[in-house]
Ligand binder design. Sequence first.
Ligand SMILES: *Cc1c(COP(=O)(O)O)cnc(C)c1O
Length: 346
Amino acid sequence: MDIAKLVRKNILQLKPYSSARHEFEGIADIYLDANENPFGDGLNRYPDPLQHAVKTRISQIKQVRESRIFLGNGSDEAIDLLIRIFCEPGEDHIIIMPPTYGMYRVAADISDVGVREVPLKFDYQPNVEGVLEAADKQSKLLFLCSPNNPTGNDIHPEHIEKLAGEFPGIVVVDEAYIDFSPRKSCTKMLADYPNLVVLQTFSKAWGMAGIRLGMAFASQEIIGLFNKVKPPYNISQLTQQRALKAMEHPESIEKIVEKLLTEKENLADALAEFDFVEIVHHSDANFLLVKVEDPRHLYRYLKDKGIIVRDRSRVHLCEGSLRITVGTPEENRRLINTLEQYRTVS
Ligand SMILES: *Cc1c(COP(=O)(O)O)cnc(C)c1O
């Protein structure tokens, strides 16, 4: 596949902004090149525009070459940049498979890029033939979320492989919840699929939604395009420092994930006991999609008791359902206690 043919012409021709830290990359004694304030504790300096130290560490942990890593201000920045790199406003479109993460559509809408929807099937797996039939030359991006938000399930790897092999554009696999899943990351497919982009984030298992750090893994060519269009200093110094610190002990994340998975099983079992709970969907993530008798009523009851869940009851294929994030053992216990009170009053 010729990736360059999929890229917007103005992006191919773009001469990117060249920042001071870009033009001089070595180590010097005195920096008088970036109009920074010379007084300060380090934060007076602009951060590394390509985040070399952070990427080196991510490269070791994820077993992906540094040249195949892009870092964004959350994965939401990577989603936005992908649309701006590949989709000509008013002409091209993306394909999404609802119910899924809302940002794909919003990012396309902001850029005046069309959205074709090929809904998931009733088992929440993709309609592979439907996607391939819906695709044409203007279908630049396919967004695939696994584990999927808000349904919680993994997309079967054979579906991902078929779509990556046969879709005529870029296939984006959003793995925001991959650390909770028994499935292996699609990063191992990068060598075989030049049109593949895998998104991950520090916002979920890593517990760092507040620092805003997302990762995109792709061919060196696609990473080059990301670097061409990104804002020069898109990852702050504070974010880079905190991410490096967290990655000193990646094994502590595994412990937390184990704990949350145990909590999820307990929560799922407890929820299934209530007679107003109709379905607790299987989840490969850190949340549960739960179909209940009167979702709006239950949502309001929980809210009045100080517990906020996500009401997905008006989303196609999620009718009647609430999405509940797995909390701490104390939080989950309070949720269950509150649901027991709800049962006696409703
Ligand atoms: C939470 C989430 C993200 C994370 O986005 P960030 O911008 O990295 O915080 C990405 N994709 C999906 C599907 C999510 O649910």
